[in-house]
Structure formats: structure tokens, C-alpha cells
Design a protein around this ligand. Structure first.
Ligand code: HEM
Length: 378
């Protein structure tokens, strides 16, 4: 007796190219924003030598905006991705699964696209909660997979271009009205997906867009919670610094005319104020009023050449962000401070007591805390 396997049946009328195009447009926009803002973050943290001196220091909230957008668009993509995959998954049961070498390559690119997109959203989300349940280093792997996803997405859009074009607008010639049938219509599905995107955005975006902080429900960080009303990622205890004793503290400025300052000497120098945000790579950010000594004034006194870069070295003994570099644009910026006070009070040890770097338009991980040394680079 011959066994006949009948093909699976997908009764919903919403597994159609028009619905895939409608949701795909939003998903594509979210991934494009994630990719561009992710590249900005990458180049601000790891600038190639030719770019290091030209990183912009204005607007002061630039990184706060781009990284807040990166995390917000990544979170918005979380309901969009399963919605898109649901509309198209019947196509994955098309028979025969492989029709030619070209078709096999296209299937492979779809597999890379789906796996890479799920990986990026999952690892990105867990990173915002500072939870790393994997054996690899998050930053380089998230960055490398982003390129894979974008490559596979461009290929996907090229392969699907005729269908996308035919179904781009409701009035496109290829867009047929849905057959009358029981079940939700396209407008209801899109409205539900839109509501899910709105809900996850509204309940998380307040971690960087502080006017909406009262709606925070799922965001791992409340921008008001932390010492002196400002969150911290790495505490003084975690960095192995503890509370630095005032009488033992020295700031060493190494340059053509090197000098050393005690804490009292630093406090006696002209103090300047700057309203600048701490903008974390994990998406949260908050503005605060900092006051302290201009890095440019210290460089002047050390006889640093006008175009010199500066290495800012922390008293912490370990950790990837112990040292950061200021290109000359940031080093000479009047808003770049070695801050001694935050919102009118001495810094809390977790905010870098006695001295921390604060500079405009710069990722939080590069705002070095517990600064012990400035080195004028060649
Ligand atoms: C991360 C982003 C995306 C993922 C993971 C994804 C995934 C998929 C998958 C798995 C399929 C079925 C593939 C097949 O069997 O041929 C598909 C089909 C399709 N996708 Fe995407 N896609 C993404 C982005 C987009 C975007 C941005 C658009 C358009 C703006 C789009 C439009 C389409 C269309 C028109 C189809 C064919 C639907 C059909 O024939 O019924 N996709 N997508």
C-alpha cells in the first residue's frame, strides 16, 4: 500500500506577500536604525586612527540620542520579528525544499538572516540587563553578526524585490483584496502588532528619554535610581578601588612639563560647570550638572601640543575600561572636565570619587572614573 503524505495546510489568509511587506517595512526600518546607530557606537568606542581626532563633541547629547535609539529600535523589533516570521513561515514548507544550487544558496541566506536576527535581538536584550549567559565576548560577536544579518537582509530584499514592489502600497497593482473568509483581517493583525510595538517602546524608552520615565515597567534601569540619583554600572567595590583617601590621592599629568597635584590643589584650581549626560552603551542615560577642572587647562600647563591626544588612566587595577583616550577635539573642548562634583555635591565613590572624566558626546564606558593620571600622547 502506498503511503501518501499530504502537504501541510495553512488556513490563514494573512500568510500573504502584502502582509509580509507591511510588517517587513517596519522590521527593515528597525534593523536599519539598529545597524547605523550600532556602527556609530562602534566607531565612537573603537575609532580607527584617522578618525580618532575628528570624533564630534557636539551635540553634547549625540551619543545619548543614537544609543537610546539603538536600544529602542532593537526592543521595537522584538514583537516585529515573530510577527514577520509568522506571516511567511508556510513558505518554509514549500516542496521540493531545494530546487537548484542558486536556490540552495538563497535558502542558506534566509537561514543566516533568521538565525542572525534572533541572535542579535536576544543577545542585545540580555546585554541591556547586563546578563551574559554565554562563553563569548558580547561586543565583538554582536558586531560581527550585525554585518552577517545586514548582508543577508540586503540579499533577501533583492530576491523579494518584485514581490515587495508589487505589494508596497495598498493601491499597488499586485495587491489583491483578501478573499472573504473567517478570521482576523490584515488591518487587525497590523493594529495588534503596532500596539505590541507601542507597548514595549512606551514601557522601556524612559530609561533614556527621561520625560517618559514614569511609564518604565520592563527596562532594567531607572535613570533616577543610584547614588546621587544617577545609575552606575561598575561600583568602586567591583572595580577594586573602594574609597580613595584624600591625603593619599595624587593626579599625575605626564607631558612635556609634567606635574602632580594633590586633591586640595585640584580643588583650588578654577572650577567650571557643564550640564552633560552619562549615556550608557546599554541604553540608559541621564543628564547631570558636573563641576571640576578643564582638561584643556591641565594640558596647557603641561605644555601639551595643540593637537595632542590624551590617555586618561584610572586608579582601578583591572577591567577593560581602565584607560580611555581623548582625541584632540575632545581633549581641548571647554566642556571636557575632570569632575570633582556632581549636582553640587562631592562625587560618590561609585561615581568615581575623587575625580572622574566627563566629556560631551561620548559613551559612558569611556567616561573614566577614579582618574589618577593624564598622559599626553605623542
Ligand atoms: C530581519 C529581517 C527579516 C527576516 C528575518 C525575514 C524573514 C523572512 C523569511 C524567513 C521569509 C520566507 C522566505 C522564503 O521562504 O522565501 C521571508 C519572506 C518575505 N519577506 Fe522577509 N524577512 C526580513 C525582512 C524583510 C523586509 C525588510 C521585507 C520588506 C520590506 C521583507 C519582505 C518579504 C517578502 C515580500 C517575503 C515573501 C512573502 C511571500 O511570498 O509570501 N522581509 N522573510
Amino acid at each position: 500500500m502506498k503511503l501518501r503524505v499530504s502537504p501541510p495546510v495553512f488556513p490563514s489568509r494573512l500568510h500573504d506577500p502584502r502582509t509580509a511587506t507591511s510588517i517587513g517595512r517596519w522590521l527593515g526600518a528597525a534593523f536599519a536604525v539598529c545597524f547605523v546607530t550600532g556602527l556609530i557606537s562602534h566607531y565612537l568606542q573603537h575609532p580607527p586612527d584617522w578618525l580618532a581626532d575628528d570624533l564630534p563633541s557636539r551635540p553634547v547629547w549625540g551619543y545619548r540620542f543614537t544609543q537610546g535609539l539603538h536600544v529602542a529600535s532593537g526592543i521595537a523589533a522584538i514583537p516585529l520579528l515573530p510577527a514577520k516570521l509568522w506571516t511567511v513561515y508556510p513558505r518554509l514548507f514549500a516542496w521540493p525544499p531545494l530546487r537548484s544550487v542558486t536556490h540552495a544558496m538563497e535558502r542558506l541566506s534566509v537561514a543566516v538572516l533568521v538565525a542572525g536576527a534572533v541572535f542579535e535581538l536576544a543577545t542585545g536584550l540580555l546585554n541591556t540587563a547586563q546578563w551574559y549567559p554565554w562563553p563569548f565576548s558580547f561586543v565583538p560577536v554582536h558586531y560581527a553578526v550585525a554585518w552577517l544579518v545586514v548582508g543577508a537582509l540586503v540579499l533577501h530584499l533583492a530576491v523579494k524585490a518584485p514581490q515587495i514592489r508589487a505589494h508596497w502600497t495598498r493601491r499597488s497593482p499586485g495587491t489583491l483584496a483578501l478573499p472573504a473568509q473567517e478570521g482576523p483581517d490584515r488591518r487587525s493583525l497590523l493594529a495588534s502588532v503596532g500596539a505590541a510595538v507601542g507597548a514595549v517602546t512606551l514601557t522601556t524608552v524612559g530609561q533614556s528619554f527621561t520625560p517618559l520615565k514614569d511609564f518604565l515597567l520592563f527596562a532594567p534601569r531607572d535613570p533616577d535610581r543610584g547614588p546621587q540619583g544617577l545609575p552606575v554600572n561598575r561600583t568602586a567595590a567591583a572595580a577594586g578601588v573602594g574609597r580613595v583617601a584624600d591625603e593619599e590621592y595624587r593626579l599625575v599629568v605626564a607631558g612635556p612639563r609634567p606635574f602632580t597635584l594633590t586633591l586640595d590643589e585640584l580643588r583650588a584650581l578654577p572650577q567650571h560647570e557643564a550640564e552633560l549626560p552619562i549615556a550608557c552603551v546599554e541604553g540608559w542615560s541621564k543628564s547631570a550638572c558636573w563641576s571640576g577642572v578643564r582638561v584643556a587647562d591641565l594640558l596647557e600647563r603641561a605644555g601639551a601640543p595643540a593637537h595632542a591626544r590624551v590617555r586618561v588612566v584610572s586608579l582601578q587595577l583591572k577591567g577593560g575600561y581602565r584607560v580611555s583616550e581623548l582625541g584632540h577635539e575632545h581633549a581641548r573642548d571647554p566642556l571636557t572636565l575632570l569632575a570633582l562634583r556632581l549636582n553640587g555635591e562631592e562625587l560618590d565613590p561609585d561615581h568615581g570619587y575623587p575625580v572622574r572624566l566627563i566629556a560631551p558626546d561620548r559613551p559612558g564606558v569611556l567616561q573614566t572614573k577614579w582618574v589618577g593620571r593624564l598622559e599626553v600622547a605623542a
